[in-house]
Design a protein around this ligand. Structure first.
Ligand code: TSJ
Length: 668
């Protein structure tokens, strides 16, 4: 019995050499006040970025993930069901779990209690034998509790284990203030850790963000089924609490993602399996869930050891290979595709498919620009085999569902072929000269793109005023009739068949993605000019969606602008004063010392302005105000558009709340 409880904190063989050295020294020389160990933690304080990436907000939150990962590992080992993460007043964090409690016995290698070892020796932890459960090194940097300790002003740990309550406290930089002490007795088991990040390290901010913590832990709850994770924020008088627990795990994750995308089948296809690699007996586990929705985009999120692998990697490759193989075989066997016909492409199969691929690997290798691409080559085959076998069986056993999925896939293949034709058409048109410019376009006379501007104007009457008021040398006007097509909900060939969209493509003259050539654009300013009402902002979003999906570089290059027409006009002593918001209107009233009730005009639309007024207020480069559309984070923006254009009201609200920054850009 006694033997079993002793835990050897094996060292991870993949870690740097000097860390090994550090540990051996610690083992030899422990004398109570362990100088070697402190030197180890000192290295973390010297170069925190090496261990947690950044000391900005992301790094601060990283500390929480590192601690919570230990509790999640305990849950994955089968000994913990509940984790509480509490943000306390003063921005300290408490993490509580009901696992077995960190071992308290002396660890042979360090000569320290398990608790002290975990918190003072770099890279302590690592893998335990099968008996101790299966542990994967958590966190992007996988650095563990000692790094959190090193970067804290103080840290306290309390362990309930085998009837005893044990406590230990560390000062700034992880300096032990005592050894682990037994302070009482108890009936339960678990670990509680409270820490205060060191403000001298986290100079930018030490304030935790409740939303960031909720989002991350919600994702952890989806990825690790059955664990109950509670997030509490005790900083304000009205406390906040959120509880996440998903029995279905990634099945529920897929359902959640598809909830506002319109699933086209009832079931979520789910499989899990494990694969052994090398002769070490090391195994990886693989879990996949997928379901088709009505959209035309693939949604594939992959994870390794609960880390989102943004750049994909071998697990994604294995998954794609499997779905491609299985559906292509099925299409031939069931005569969806005839002999000699072009077969399906994997992109056809992924269209409208939401999937989560989650693997757990004891020794992950990350590659890529942001080190979020899984590199282990053995994973490809294992995932491909597990997914392939399961999916093949599923579609043979569920012919009705298979028919629905194949219908979707065949549509995608058809649309792909139609889109290729449409693209070729677009390319042909943009290759030709001015003769093919749309009839509705009032072009400018200059042919120097760097000084040319294209105004895309809502409504014909406003278009008329704009045509008459503009600077004909540099300003071109393209009026739009009513609403434009929502490209988010149309296949590519339908989008190109739409007259308004076709007009914009030809007027801009640089084709569409993936052939869009920003060097060919005919105007360096594309100005969206819509009414300042709900319809106007809807049209503006539709236009931005179109540019984002078909001419991404136009937005990335900062060529897209939003015109700012005034909302009010005050006529006073035969002079016109314009206000662009309510504040300015009040200022004008004050400045002119107008009596209450003095009349002013509220512009309901651009059409109410004559040519001269439109020029003066909105188009004259010397006086106008315009907003440049920026896109700091293209991935976020992708979600921005999908969320905004979706049918569901709730996610849109949630989105507006969360992405206020981007919306601000649009809605000033
Ligand atoms: F990060 C941390 F180390 F500070 C930490 C660890 C923080 C928190 C909140 C929880 C934990 C933690 C560790 N929870 N549960 C455990 N479990 C063990 O360390 C443990 C217990 C027993 C055995 C065994 O083989 O008997 C093995 C392990 C790894």
């Amino acid at each position: 019995m006694e033997e079993e409880k002793k835990v050897d904190y094996e060292l991870d063989s993949s870690i740097e050499v000097d860390v090994h050295a550090e540990d051996e020294k610690a083992n030899e020389k422990y004398t109570g006040e362990n100088i070697q160990v402190l030197e180890g933690l000192e290295a973390v304080r010297k170069r925190p970025g090496m261990y947690i990436g950044t000391t900005a907000s992301a790094g601060l939150h990283h500390l929480v993930w590192e601690i919570v990962d230990n509790s999640i590992d305990e849950a994955l080992a089968g000994y913990c069901t509940k984790i509480i993460v509490r943000i306390n007043k003063g921005n300290t964090i408490t993490v509580i779990d009901n696992g077995r409690g960190i071992p308290v016995d002396i660890v042979a290698k360090s000569g320290l209690s398990g608790v002290e070892t975990v918190f003072t020796i770099l890279h302590a932890g690592g893998k335990f034998g099968e008996a101790g459960g299966y542990k994967v090194s958590g966190g992007l940097h996988g650095v563990g509790a000692s790094v959190v300790n090193a970067l804290s002003e103080w840290l306290e740990v309390e362990v309930h284990k085998e009837g005893g309550i044990y406590k230990m406290r560390f000062g700034r930089g992880g300096k032990p203030e005592n050894h682990l002490e037994k302070v009482g007795t108890c009936q339960d088991a678990g670990t509680t850790v409270t820490f205060k990040p060191d403000a001298t390290i986290f100079q930018e901010t030490t304030t935790f963000d409740y939303d960031i913590i909720c989002d991350h832990l919600k994702q952890m709850a989806y990825l690790n089924k059955g664990i109950e994770i509670v997030v509490e924020d005790d900083r304000e008088d009205t406390k906040k609490v959120e509880t996440y627990c998903y029995k279905g795990g990634i099945i529920e994750y897929v359902q959640h993602i598809n909830a506002n995308k319109g699933p086209i089948m009832e079931e979520v296809i789910y499989c899990e399996g494990r694969g052994v690699y090398e002769n070490t007996g090391n195994h990886i586990t693989c879990e996949v869930a997928m379901q088709y929705n009505e959209s035309y985009n693939p949604t594939l999120f992959s994870f390794c050891n609960n880390i989102h692998t943004h750049e994909g990697g071998t697990h994604e490759e294995g998954f794609r290979a499997a779905v491609g193989r299985v559906f292509r075989d099925y299409a031939i066997d069931h005569k969806y595709i005839k002999e000699g016909e072009d077969n399906l492409e994997t992109s056809d199969i992924l269209e409208g498919l939401t999937c989560i691929v989650s693997v757990k690997h004891p020794n992950p290798q990350y590659e890529g620009q942001t080190k979020t691409k899984l590199g282990n080559s053995e994973v490809r085959k294992i995932v491909s085999q597990i997914v392939g076998e399961h999916l093949k069986r599923f579609i043979l056993e569920n012919p009705k569902v298979a028919e629905v999925m194949m219908g979707k896939i065949m549509m995608a293949a058809k649309a792909r072929k139609a889109a290729r034709k449409a693209r070729e058409e677009v390319r042909r048109n943009t290759g030709l000269e001015l003769t093919t410019l749309p009839g509705k376009l009032a072009d400018c006379s200059s042919k120097d793109p760097s000084i040319c501007e294209l105004y895309i104007v809502e409504g014909n009457s406003a278009g008329g005023s704009a045509k008459n008021g503009r600077d004909r040398n540099t300003q071109a006007i393209l009026p739009l009739r009513g609403k434009i097509l929502n490209v988010e909900k149309a296949t590519i060939d339908k989008a190109f068949a739409n007259a308004e969209i076709g007009n914009m493509i030809t007027a801009i003259g640089a084709g569409v993605d993936p052939e869009f050539n920003v060097e060919k654009i005919r105007y360096h300013k594309i100005v969206i000019m819509t009414d300042a009402d709900v319809d106007g902002s809807h049209i503006r979003i539709l236009l931005l969606t179109f540019f984002y999906r078909y001419m991404k570089e136009l937005i990335e290059g900062g060529y897209v602008y939003i015109a700012q027409p005034p909302l009010y006009k005050v006529d006073y002593h035969s002079k016109a004063y314009y206000a662009y918001n309510d504040n300015q209107l009040e200022l004008i009233k004050k400045k002119l010392q107008l009596k209450p009730g003095f009349p002013f005009q509220r512009y309901k639309g651009l059409g109410e302005m004559d040519a001269e007024q439109l020029w003066e207020t909105t188009m004259d480069p010397k006086q106008r105000k315009m907003l440049r559309v920026t896109m700091s984070d293209a991935i976020e923006a992708d979600k921005v558009f999908t969320d905004l254009m979706g049918d569901e009201v709730l996610p849109r609200k949630e989105f507006i709340h969360k992405n206020a920054k981007f919306v601000k850009n649009l809605d000033i």
